[in-house]
Design a binder for this molecule. Structure first.
Ligand code: SF4
Length: 268
């Protein structure tokens, strides 16, 4: 039995699903074939500028919060920016896809985003645990065992937080997040903490968006995931329906693009 494989059978003949993360559920919402090829690693993902910038920003924030939680003394803003500089320039030579930044402009953007986080978000926080990982049962019946896994950026006594470092302010579409955001539902389900906040560090500052999740949201999450599980149990070879009507269907965002839409005249 290979526990890392996204789908396998256990000793009782039940399907075991290990692919379920909030990000994989959101990918399925965009394009089913992108989801299938992602979870089975049909195409490997190169290191990209924007995602590595986000990772370096997360690491610097994590250092600052851990120092405070572990009573190692308060890190200052310059300390955090120095940590970011280390993380960013440590990875720039390995980035192969530069969609948005250069090494220098990524560095400047990171400094600005972290300054906004420090001045506008940090004073609101009472950190308890940073980078909280979870692996919890979501569905279990006679046919399958499904576990939900993930990592929460910050847990407070009564709230989960997630940091975003995007190029636009997501909070302007708050109604969409209230209606169908998966990440907040997954984290509330896994931690038992109903209150969730996004801190969004965009080019014009930092915004906060609060969401509250309950049992009705969890029932919907199970329903969404169960439908995906049944599909992949019946056929994991694909291809699945191809949804190209969105930003995600491009060589910038879909690793499967060159062997899918990019291989046809539609990709030109
Ligand atoms: S190229 Fe477009 S249609 Fe094909 S898998 Fe990617 S997102 Fe889906």
């Amino acid at each position: 039995m290979n526990l890392d494989y996204p789908l396998h059978l256990d000793a009782d003949g039940r399907w075991v699903h290990t692919w379920v993360r909030q990000s994989s559920i959101k990918t399925a919402d965009m394009c089913m074939e992108k989801w299938r090829t992602d979870i089975f690693n049909v195409v490997s993902e190169p290191l990209k500028d924007a995602s590595e910038l986000g990772t370096a920003c997360h690491a610097a924030v994590e250092d600052l919060l851990n120092a405070r939680i572990e009573n190692q003394g308060e890190m200052s803003l310059p300390d955090m920016l120095t940590a970011f500089e280390h993380y960013w320039f440590d990875v720039v030579d390995d980035i192969t896809v530069w969609n948005k930044f250069t090494a220098a402009s990524g560095y400047e953007a990171g400094l600005s985003k972290l300054k906004n986080w420090y001045e506008e978000i940090y004073p609101q926080l009472n950190p308890v645990e940073v980078e909280h990982t979870f692996n919890v049962p979501l569905i279990e019946d006679e046919f399958r065992v499904v576990r939900l896994t993930g990592t929460v950026d910050l847990i407070e006594k009564d709230r989960c937080w997630d940091w975003k470092f995007p190029s636009r302010d997501y909070t302007k579409q708050a109604w969409e997040y209230h209606r169908w955001d998966v990440q907040s539902i997954a984290y509330a389900f896994a931690t038992g903490i109903p209150d969730f906040s996004y801190a969004v560090m965009h080019p014009k500052g930092a915004s906060r968006m609060d969401l509250v999740r309950d049992e009705e949201h969890f029932a919907w999450l199970r329903q969404k995931v169960l439908a995906l599980c049944k599909l992949i149990e019946s056929n994991h070879r694909g291809p699945y329906p191809l949804n190209d009507n969105g930003w995600w269907c491009s060589d910038k965002w879909c690793e499967n693009f060159t062997r899918c839409k990019g291989a046809t005249i539609g990709g030109t």
